[in-house]
Ligand binder design. Structure first.
Ligand SMILES: Nc1ncnc2c1ncn2[C@@H]1O[C@H](COP(=O)(O)OP(=O)(O)OP(=O)(O)O)[C@@H](O)[C@H]1O
Length: 304
């Protein structure tokens, strides 16, 4: 039986969201070729992108999320919903090894991505995060120009090509180009909150990821900006697989193809609360005919 326990790395591996001058050498830690996304023509939309098998997450030895088994599908939007503390963000962070950066965090089980265990010893977490980008709750642009915010990631990963084109394409994909094309040298902090979040999405897309993880990306935004992000998600899901944590049931129902409902299991007592996946299915089914009573109670607002 292989040891599938992983402890948090002491190596302070930089993420794509850390604007330091350090560079990660992709040649020094070349990720297995299996992690490379396949061309679109070879990948029907029914393909599994993450096959999660018995995933547990512990913080300082204490179980926070237990036994998550679910296939997440390619070029679909999967929404993770559930009451506060059920482990949505914790599980999301497993999908690009962001939990590695949390001291004391430990992931057990398997997450198979393009046929390879994401946590295998020879897999470089920096490369993982290049393929699997992340957008956070609060827009977090770097204190740099709009242009430099986008160019930072491609430079770090050593992307070839004309940087102006890379920046333009990323901004276009995030529906931001028309808003900012005449002020690319302006500081990103001068943008509205909604624009900043689209900039963060553009920044994630600039390194040509395969998957986009979004942790409550609209919770700090007004309804109009939220609509724009939702429209954007629906546009880009043709090219990317998206997993989103949301507290907004309408948002999950509007944008997602599949929904995973998590709950907090209190059966071992309040101090041993643990998040569990209750149900994962087509979004319409989760919202109209869920299998589990707890799902029904949550989506109808009876608890949570
Ligand atoms: N860095 C951490 N260190 C220790 N415990 C943590 C850490 N992050 C989360 N937890 C614990 O893990 C459990 C799941 O938390 P998590 O934030 O993943 O839940 P969530 O469903 O995303 O919650 P919310 O909807 O409130 O954001 C909680 O009990 C939380 O206290």
């Amino acid at each position: 039986m292989p040891d599938t326990t992983r402890t948090a790395e002491s190596d302070p591996t930089k993420t794509m969201d850390e604007p330091t001058g350090s560079t990660s050498s992709s040649s020094a830690h070349e990720v297995s070729p299996h992690l490379e996304p396949k061309p679109a023509s070879e990948t029907p939309s029914t393909e599994t992108i993450f096959d999660c098998r018995n995933v547990d997450v512990l913080y300082s030895g204490k179980l926070a999320v237990a036994e998550v088994t679910a296939p997440l599908m390619k070029r679909e939007i999967t929404a993770l919903i559930g009451p506060s503390g059920c482990g949505k963000s914790t599980f999301l962070r497993c999908l690009n090894r962001m939990n590695d950066l949390i001291p004391g965090a430990e992931v057990r089980g398997e997450i198979i991505y393009h046929g390879q265990d994401l946590y295998a010893k020879d897999v470089d977490p920096v490369q993982v995060r290049k393929h699997i980008g992340m957008v956070f709750q609060k827009p977090n642009p770097f204190p740099k120009s709009i242009y430099e915010n986008i160019a930072f990631g491609p430079r770090i990963v050593g992307m070839k090509g004309d940087m102006d084109e890379i920046v333009e394409n990323a901004l276009k994909r995030a529906s931001l180009w028309d808003d900012v094309k005449d002020r690319l040298k302006d500081n990103a902090f001068g943008m509205s909150g909604g624009q900043q979040q689209r900039l963060c999405i553009a920044r994630a897309l600039a390194v040509e990821p395969d998957v986009l993880l979004m942790d409550e990306p609209c919770s700090a935004l007004d309804p109009i900006s939220t609509n724009r992000i939702e429209d954007l998600m629906l546009e880009i899901k043709e090219q990317y697989s998206i997993v989103i944590v949301t507290h907004n049931m309408q948002q999950a129902a509007r944008v997602s193809d599949k929904t995973a409902f998590f709950t907090v299991d209190l059966s071992a007592g309040e101090s041993n609360r643990v998040g569990r996946l209750v149900e994962h299915d087509v979004t319409e089914k989760i919202f109209t005919q869920p299998e589990d009573k707890r799902t029904e109670e949550y989506v109808t607002g009876k608890f949570g």
